[in-house]
Design a protein around this ligand. Structure first.
Ligand SMILES: [Zn+2]
Length: 95
């Protein structure tokens, strides 16, 4: 473990890695599923290169002083905490 270096976001999942976004301001690390990050970045047509482009993230504390890191999937807490469901509209109409 830790010998393979991901070249793309796709490699994270292949190598058993999550995508961590570490905040320098509040020292929190938000950990994302690499496959979900990959899908989102593909949709947005953002660079798929590793390390994951930190400029795309902002911490919940409001800081943009973040860096992305690789976190072993094995480090996930069991069970995972419940996620906040987000409902987004299919489309928005202007009156
Ligand atoms: Zn923060």
């Amino acid at each position: 473990m830790g010998t393979k270096r991901p070249q793309t976001i796709g490699d994270y999942a292949r190598f058993g890695l999550d995508v961590g976004v570490r905040c320098r301001a509040c020292r929190r690390t938000a950990v994302f599923d690499a496959a979900e990050v990959m899908k989102f970045f593909m949709l947005k047509k953002w660079s798929m290169k590793a390390p994951v482009d930190a400029s795309r993230f902002r911490c919940a504390c409001g800081s943009r002083e973040v860096e992305t890191i690789a976190v072993q999937v094995d480090c996930r807490p069991k069970p995972l905490p419940a996620r906040v469901p987000l409902l987004t509209p299919l489309y928005v109409k202007q009156m």
